[in-house]
Design a protein around this ligand. Sequence first.
Ligand SMILES: [Mg+2]
Length: 394
Amino acid sequence: VARIVNLEIRHVRLDLKKKIKHASHERQASDNVVVVVTLDDGTRGYGEGVPRSYVTGETVESAIADLQSWPLFDIIGEAGNLADVVRSLEAWVPAPKVGDFRGIGSNSARCAAEIAILDAFSRHFGVPVGEAFRFSEVAAELPIETPQPVRYSGAITAETPWKEKISATKMRIWGFRQVKVKVGIDGADEVARLKRIRRRLGSKCDMRLDANEAWSPDQFRTWAERLAFSFPSAFEQPVPHEAIAELGKPEFHQPFPVILDESLCGPVDAENAIRGSFGEIFNVRLSKCGGFLPSLKLVAMAIRSGRRYGLGCHPGESPILSAAGRAVASRLRNLAFLEGSYDRHVLAEPFATSDITFGYGGKAKPLSGPGLGIEIDMKKLEAVTVSRLDLSRE
Ligand SMILES: [Mg+2]
């Protein structure tokens, strides 16, 4: 039997190796929230959330305020096994905020808390954190199997033509099977970009295009036609969330599957997509969707409605979310795509003691060992901490 005795809530700022640019944002550092949970036997667990105002409406400040306001010591109480912990976490749904009709305004905070709690308790019980998944309410509906190696996607952002050519050539040489290309940047000649990128990726590489809400439905239809020559496998979030339901109207036609990203943060979003017949693929990201257990429920909703699902990430995630994503990806089959574990490529100084960045062709192995399967370098974590709150059980 174990219980939580201490909680640290940290605002961390992770320097990025280069600027990350897409249609809705640009950044040189990533502001994340890290939760450190300590159990009464001294076991520590780590969780992370990436609050993004243009995704869930959260900020670092709102996420920290949420974490402070929740009765996290009592949510679990005393746990005798991992199934108990999962049951307690599933019963815990943070109350929606005023005006938050999608029920997503605390998702990254919930993710940070949930992953820290599951990491701590699975370490305590001596099992990998992924063992928790089979206790989920929806486990029977999901293709969860023993951990297997995975393949991550590469990503090409808008760059100078020369750099885009180099990126695409590298993806091909390194043997990536899937690549995501960011489109919709103002003033970019997408036809020329996609010509040079597709030529270098080769015809076999699965290429999807992420517009990050850049287009109107009409513009999307036009771009879908103009870019069809590069045979993209799907378009991700082509239009703003406010316009996404347009894509389900019978009069709206375009031939490509649409991946919902900004429009898929919680069960209300998933229900709307199903009812409105739009979005063939769900992009599930742990932070924006509220953690492991809410994410698995979204996957179950995708399966029930005949949709596909992929696992995405936030650029700027630390090794904590990389490891958490690996726990899902290595066990959950039939992912339409997989993103994450960019650590060494994106972060100036990842704070795990081992490097879990994917290798050639995006290949990576399942992480073994208890909990998330990584160790945190506390000195490095301290160095990137902007502020820290300590809460103890009374
Ligand atoms: Mg996206």
